[in-house]
Design a protein around this ligand. Structure first.
Ligand SMILES: Cc1cc2nc3c(=O)[nH]c(=O)nc-3n(C[C@H](O)[C@H](O)[C@H](O)COP(=O)(O)OP(=O)(O)OC[C@H]3O[C@@H](n4cnc5c(N)ncnc54)[C@H](O)[C@@H]3O)c2cc1C
Length: 315
């Protein structure tokens, strides 16, 4: 199988290379930003060719679509893989539509079964998993990032090919301005301990309680979707679940989160789940390893006090 990987970050490329390994890809090429082509890691991934672009992030959606359509025409891959992130979900849908090819987003696993590529992904809001056989190639798949790593090969780097940017004049979308989003803190996908907040918090300023607990535990802070998307109390990249980050920390402490399936699908791979929720019938208690059926406004300060008494200090 001939695979083309699209990635904007090294972690994405490493993970998608691992997925290509899993399905026994014989030939793998990639399209990445120019900055990534000088890294040591690229040399050890057994890639045949690395196409690169200067200013990858600044190319308009139409421009990127054209580049990918041209590249797919040239490379003729059977499969095009990208990370399940908004930009790739949108790009793949547009390119696949243009080429009348299948496009599947948020795939969690890929395998060959009965001579066909079979893909799994969440279905009906994450309550079920659907298995789909890919009937037509090339197929465009975005993959959920879960931290897979590829095998390292002999260092014999890929041939590097610079692609030129298309002129923006013919495009229906024109970039008028760019506003960078401030990204707060570390990447949640790599966190060992995560303290996560939900709508059980009554006011934005009450999140200080969770921040204090997170500092004491050396944890990263995350949230349920409403806190980021509806209330705007937390940055978008901190929301976990079906439409946010999929994480797998050693310890996930959910505070004031009900545990709807769309939330749980993104945190189920946590090693230990602790739920602090004063409603004993909240679904999260059924999935938690440790349930704390108490009011968060009483429990969290008490926990902080105990941790302090035990000599735990903020890191
Ligand atoms: C297509 C789709 C995708 C979605 N994607 C996501 C996603 O990626 N991530 C996500 O999180 N959601 C997602 N959702 C939304 C999801 O269905 C839930 O609405 C959301 O997770 C609920 O957030 P919550 O648990 O913070 O709030 P609620 O459901 O309102 O729960 C708040 C909880 O806090 C508890 N509580 C209240 N006061 C206290 C207190 N004083 N002490 C302790 N506990 C208290 C309550 O008992 C309640 O269980 C998605 C929905 C759809 C339709």
């Amino acid at each position: 199988m001939h695979v083309l990987i699209l990635a904007r970050e090294l972690d994405e490329l490493l993970e998608l290379r691992a997925v290509a390994d899993q399905i026994g890809a014989l030939e793998v090429e990639t399209l990445v930003p120019k900055a990534m082509t000088n890294g040591e890691d690229l040399a050890s991934l057994g890639l045949r060719r690395a196409y690169f672009l200067e200013g990858f992030d600044d190319i308009s959606p139409d421009g990127l679509k054209k580049i990918v359509i041209d590249l797919v025409g040239k490379v003729e891959p059977s499969l095009v893989l990208g990370p399940s992130k908004k930009v790739f979900r949108e790009l793949f849908a547009r390119v696949a539509h243009n080429l009348a090819s299948p496009c599947l987003t948020d795939c969690t696993s890929l395998e060959f079964s009965g001579g066909r590529l079979v893909v799994e992904r969440p279905f009906l809001g994450g309550g079920y998993v659907e298995r789909l056989a890919v009937k037509k190639l090339p197929a465009f798949l975005t993959i959920q990032m879960t931290g897979r790593r590829p095998k390292i090969r002999e260092r014999n780097g890929p041939e590097k090919v610079e692609l030129s940017k298309p002129s923006s004049e013919d495009f229906s979308l024109r970039r008028v301005s760019v506003e960078r989003v401030e990204r707060g803190g570390a990447d949640l996908a790599k966190a060992r301990i995560v303290v996560s907040v939900g709508r059980g918090f009554k006011r934005r300023e009450d999140l200080k309680l969770a921040e204090e607990l997170a500092q004491l535990l050396g944890a990263d802070l995350a949230c349920s979707r409403p806190l980021a998307s509806d209330l705007g109390w937390m940055p978008e990249e901190k929301h976990v679940g079906l439409s946010g980050k999929w994480i797998s920390p050693q310890l996930y402490i959910a505070i004031g989160i009900s545990g709807q399936v769309q939330h749980m699908v993104g945190v189920r791979n946590s090693r230990i789940i602790v739920a602090v929720n004063n409603d004993t019938s909240a679904p999260i208690h059924r999935e938690a390893d440790y349930s704390v059926p108490l009011d968060l406004y009483q429990f969290i300060p008490a926990l902080i006090t105990v941790l302090r008494e035990k000599g735990v200090r903020a890191t």
